[in-house]
Structure formats: C-alpha cells, structure tokens
Design a protein around this ligand. Structure first.
Ligand code: URA
Length: 204
C-alpha cells in the first residue's frame, strides 16, 4: 500500500496535459475500454456514491451504474428514501478492465496501482462536489477512498474520515448481492439499504 501511495503521489505530480479521464493514460486499462465513464449527478450533492469501475454496459453507454448492478443499486436507493438525481455517482476507476471469456467480457478487479493511478480523477470529483458523506460501495472504493483493506462487514461498522473532511460510509457493492447465493442475498441487500439510509441521515 505504501508503494501504491508513493506511486499515487508521483502520478499526482505529473503535469496534466489531458482533456479529462477519456484521454487519461495514467495506467493501461484505457487500451481495451470503449470509453471512460466519468461520474454523473448533482454537483451540489451532499452524498457521493463510489463504486469500483464501469461494467460491460457502463463501458458501452458511458454512464455509471446503468447495468445489472445499477438496477440493484437503484432499487436499494428507492427503499432507502434516496433519489438518484440528488446524488453524485462515480467509480474509483474510470475505465472498464476486462478479459475475454468466449463472447463475454469478464470483469477484472483493478490492481492497487491502477486504483491509485485513477485517484487523481476521484479526488477532482470530491473537490468539485464537496459531499458531506461518501458511500464506498465495496472493497475497491474503500481502498481508493481511505487506503483500507478491511472486510466490508467490519468497515461498515467504522467511522472513517476522508481526507476532504467528508465522512465515509462503507457498504456492500451491489454486485456482491448479484453474486451471493440466494440464502445470503437478502441479508446483503438489507445491509446495503440500511447503510444507504444511514448515509441519508448523516447527510441531513
Ligand atoms: N459496478 C461498478 O462498480 N460501477 C459501475 O458503474 C457498474 C458496475
């Protein structure tokens, strides 16, 4: 992690000649992605949601959380009393990392170095939006936002400060619900909803 942080600092010192994440070459994920997927939503949002990286559909459509995980997230937001349009939704990594599996493009988890390289863009979004609460959806977001590698179940019980002064609320990634066996999916879904509700209360 120290190496990744040092790398992040080194990358942050590079002059930024790019036109934004779509022209970003700080790591190699862009080579196989269709396009960068920037965050979207209200720039005066008090709550920012951070996922891991765009999935297959997000890569094709250029918008975060519009595929299967996005549908799980949308349903959880509604149950928690939050409106997607009032939030800012983004990802720790802005390009889709995948490997071919037959005709499918299979999601690959970004490395610590790739997450660190992309922190530049996440930091810029946090500086612009200045959210009070940042919801880390899953382990990659938690690592990007706080450098923590705790399990989600323990991190969701912690009060985690973000360098910007925002408070981090950690919860399960919606994809974890899609991947869970049916006996556990309901419990994960209600924890996601509980944590989103807590985020709403803390931001109020
Ligand atoms: N998973 C994520 O982490 N982000 C998305 O935008 C879609 C799926």
């Amino acid at each position: 992690l120290a190496k990744a942080r040092a790398m992040q600092r080194a990358l942050a010192d590079l002059p930024d000649h790019s036109g934004g994440p779509s022209a970003c070459r700080r790591c190699d994920i862009w080579r196989h992605a269709t396009q960068a997927v920037p965050g979207e939503g209200s720039t005066s949002a008090t709550i920012m949601l951070v996922g891991e990286q765009p999935g297959d559909e997000e890569d094709l459509r250029g918008r975060p959380f519009v595929g299967p995980a996005g549908r799980v997230l949308d349903a959880a937001l509604t149950t928690a009393g939050l409106e997607r349009g009032e939030l800012y939704i983004t990802n720790a990594v802005k390009h889709f990392k995948w490997q071919p599996r037959g005709k499918r493009r299979l999601h690959q988890r970004p490395t610590t170095t790739e997450v660190a390289a992309c922190n530049h863009w996440l930091d810029a979004e946090v500086s612009q939006v200045k959210p009070r609460i940042i919801v880390a959806l899953g382990a990659s977001a938690l690592r990007a936002l706080a450098g923590l590698t705790d399990s989600i179940e323990s991190a969701r019980r912690l009060q985690i400060p973000h360098a910007s002064g925002a408070q981090i609320v950690c919860t399960y990634h919606p994809s974890a619900i899609l991947r869970a066996d049916p006996a556990n999916a309901g419990q994960l879904r209600s924890r996601l909803v509980d944590d989103l509700r807590r985020a709403r209360e803390l931001a109020a």
